[in-house]
Design a protein around this ligand. Structure first.
Ligand SMILES: Nc1ncnc2c1ncn2[C@@H]1O[C@H](COP(=O)(O)OP(=O)(O)OP(=O)(O)O)[C@@H](O)[C@H]1O
Length: 256
């Protein structure tokens, strides 16, 4: 841990712990005339036990930031810490372990295995890691996702919203330090989207999880505790206790 990051992983004055900390992240694509600085010096902390949405105009760097925070892409400069562990210093092997043990993912396309039941999909990652689920925790997740009657169903027997709730349960079952959700409601109608967002909110408020979500949708962002705004690869502000209207107004200010 570097000296400038001494607060990371500790309890701060307000009683909050930092789950993810990014410092001066730079990510450049292409060279010369074609160079794009997708991230241009982004420093941001994400508190544990909070639901944060990342928003910004198209091309502002949201996906790049999430991929760099989650160790799915490398940075050109800067650091990312997940708790006390510096992700940006890990070997490929270390990164695989970190992603498996500390990070949960939810994607726009649900990425469930079609031949497995909902329960088998939820437990697959743990099984591959040779770990057993904590029965009480599994039970909690099944309750808040409302999947109890659906555990024996295969993905093609489930609605889109139910499939995404299975993907949410799969992301949470290993008790990760942080869950990254990339446009989790992008493929869902508004009712199913609301179910998934309610679940993510409940997982933070009742199960004390940490969720970071990229979204284009001000209504989806209004479920978060905090919205971080990006523009041109830089931080462009933040909103605490967002409403759909306050997010929409901020996005209009950014020219989105
Ligand atoms: N693999 C790549 N090669 C070249 N340029 C890229 C690559 N990936 C992203 N970019 C560029 O980096 C910038 C940021 O892209 P990014 O996808 O992170 O933005 P975004 O805010 O998620 O956009 P959107 O809302 O449209 O999904 C854009 O200018 C994009 O064209």
């Amino acid at each position: 841990m570097s000296a400038t990051l001494s607060g990371i992983g500790t309890v701060g004055a307000a009683g909050t712990r930092t789950a993810v900390a990014a410092r001066q992240l730079v990510k450049v694509y292409g060279k010369g005339e074609a160079e794009v600085r997708a991230l241009d010096g982004v420093s941001v902390d994400f508190a544990a036990g909070q639901f944060t949405a990342i928003m910004g105009p198209s091309g502002s760097g949201k996906s790049t930031l999430m991929h760099c925070l989650a160790g799915l892409d490398t940075v050109d400069a800067g650091s990312v810490h997940i708790g006390q562990t510096e992700l940006t210093k890990q070997s490929d092997k270390g990164l695989t372990k970190l992603r498996r043990d500390k990070i949960g993912f939810i994607f726009q396309s649900f990425n469930l295995l079609p031949t497995l039941t909902a329960e088998q999909n939820i437990l697959l990652g743990l099984q591959l890691a040779g770990r057993k689920p904590d029965p009480a925790w599994f039970d909690n997740i099944v309750t808040v996702t409302g999947l109890r009657q659906r555990l024996g169903h295969k993905p093609n027997q489930l609605s889109g919203g139910q499939q995404q709730r299975v993907a949410c349960a799969r992301a949470l079952v290993a008790k990760p330090d942080v869950v990254f959700a990339d446009e989790p409601t992008g493929n869902l109608d508004s009712k199913s989207g609301a179910e998934v967002l309610n679940f993510l909110q409940t997982s933070v408020r009742q199960l004390n999880q940490t969720v970071i979500m990229v979204t284009h949708d001000p209504v989806a962002a209004s479920y978060a505790d905090r919205v971080v705004l990006l523009a041109d690869g830089r931080l462009a502000g933040e909103i605490h206790r967002p409403t759909a209207d306050s997010v929409l107004a901020a996005m209009k200010n950014l020219g989105a």
